[in-house]
Ligand binder design. Structure first.
Ligand SMILES: COc1ccc([C@H]2[C@H](O)[C@H](O)[C@H](C)N2C)cc1
Length: 449
């Protein structure tokens, strides 16, 4: 271990109530909305083949022409209550919303720049009504904020000269001002999701970022900040030079999911996921593979089974409506969550050996273990190997409690659950009530006769 001034300030998971609430979410929604939603990945009739929210960097787009999109930002059909209703129906417990993406356009009327909704035809604050509408649905809000700001003339990719340093010091104060402004304006926001922090200019600000993080946590006790915000004094990000996680949860799982529990190193984490391959902001043309509800449900179950949260991205249209495909997926996921939410909320790693048919999730509330089944084997037999000294006392369908199973013990701590003939063509959940061996109510199921 080397001594670090600006490395991780806490080892291991946070154990306070605010973090426990975040850990229990399971399912979240990401929203990317801003000026980039207007071109939607197309410019002068040509399709940009990168992520739509990065179109400003396309050689075909002049930054000035892009920035003039502010005069076309007027989402007349924007109704935060309808977005929140879709999210509530889908079963999300929190939403991460872009306050300012890399383009620097602010969805709130910031005092520190004119490049905001206040100077657009729309004029009104977007973030406030969104926070209010989602909170009304019982959904918590996390504010996405990009440090990198292509619009601000003081932004630098690196600090090479004295002039760079003078300009970037102005930029650092601007950033601090905007973050304190957001925390003050939206006191119910539970955390900040930082992005745009990989360039040398910011990576070199270990001391500044560390003190800013401390200041924000003091202003808002319980605030949740991920590993993507700041680097340590050796430029190490996400994990400091001693391999310890920076911030409260690992934020590196972007469009990818860990394979096994060892990959998460005992940390909290979230996986942020797009429906197409790589489009966060609204893209008129979705190309490549568009994920189906069943694929997304499997990603959700996999994340929760490995102690993470799954955050699915929506890219609303410039008029403020949600695209049809996203509404359809939200409903399909919501229909499944209505029946199976007990397996997702308060879910954590169950400690059962991974099986091919799907995922085990332990519910910290009910203390039951849930088998989320995606791949029914041709044998119709679901293998279950329990942790040491754990026996299965009861097994039944979460979707139909009268449908019970008598696990057949086929070896030490190993059982087969015999599925009944017609298994649904949808993911389904079997609940296991377990106990410890040698406890009063017997040792679980005797060997099959
Ligand atoms: C350099 O590769 C990147 C950089 C930033 C991103 C941004 C996306 O625009 C989106 O906001 C995502 C959450 N973020 C990591 C994606 C890929």
């Amino acid at each position: 271990e080397i001594s670090l001034q600006h490395g991780a300030h806490r080892l291991g998971r946070r154990n306070d109530a605010d973090m426990a609430r975040w850990r229990a979410y399971g399912l979240g929604q990401f929203i990317h909305w801003g000026l980039y939603s207007i071109p939607g990945g197309e410019w002068n009739g040509k399709i940009y083949n990168g992520a739509a929210e990065w179109i400003r960097t396309w050689k075909e787009v002049s930054p000035q022409a892009y920035d003039s999109l502010i005069y076309r930002f007027n989402p007349i059909k924007f109704n935060p209550d309808s977005w929140a209703a879709v999210a509530g129906r889908m079963g999300v417990k929190y939403v991460t919303i872009t306050t300012k993406h890399h383009d620097g356009f602010c969805l709130w009327p910031s005092k520190y720049t004119n490049f905001t909704v206040a100077h657009s035809p729309y004029k009104k604050d977007i973030i406030g009504p969104l926070v209010k509408a989602y909170n009304k649905q019982g959904i918590d809000v996390i504010l996405y904020f990009s440090i990198m700001d292509w619009h601000n003339p003081d932004w630098r990719y690196d600090i090479k000269t004295r002039d760079d340093s003078i300009a970037f010091n102005r930029f650092k104060q601007f950033t601090r001002n905007q973050l304190l402004e957001l925390l003050t304006r939206y006191p119910t926001a539970k955390g900040l999701w930082f992005d745009g922090t990989w360039d040398n200019s910011w990576v070199k600000q270990a001391a500044f970022a560390d003190s800013l993080e401390t200041e924000m946590r003091k202003l808002r006790p319980g605030l949740i900040i991920g590993s993507r915000f700041r680097a340590d004094e050796y430029g190490k990000r996400h994990f400091d030079s001693n391999g310890n996680l920076m911030g409260d949860y690992e934020q590196g799982w972007e469009r990818k999911i860990p394979e096994k529990i060892e990959d998460v190193h005992g940390n909290d984490w979230d996986c942020v996921m797009t429906i197409p391959e790589n489009q966060w902001g609204y893209a008129k043309t979705w190309s490549g593979h568009i994920k189906t509800a069943d694929e997304l449900l499997e990603m959700l179950a996999k994340c929760v089974s490995l102690d993470g949260n799954f955050v699915l991205n929506f890219g609303p249209k410039p008029d403020g409506t949600l695209r049809t495909e996203e509404q359809t997926l939200a409903k399909a996921i919501g229909d499944w969550m209505t029946v199976n939410k007990e397996a997702i909320y308060n879910g954590e790693y169950a400690g059962f050996a991974k099986q091919d048919w799907g995922y085990f999730i332990k519910n910290t509330g009910t203390n039951k273990t849930y088998m989320v089944i995606f791949n029914v084997p041709v044998s119709g037999l679901l293998r279950v190997t329990t942790p040491l000294h754990t026996v299965i006392n009861k097994a039944y369908d979460l979707g139909n409690l009268t449908q019970t199973y008598t696990p057949e013990e086929i070896g030490t701590s190993t059982y087969f659950i015999h599925l009944h003939q017609q298994t649904p063509k949808k993911p389904f959940v079997i609940v296991l009530e377990t106990g410890e061996t040698g406890k009063s109510h017997g040792t679980g199921y005797e060997k099959a006769k």
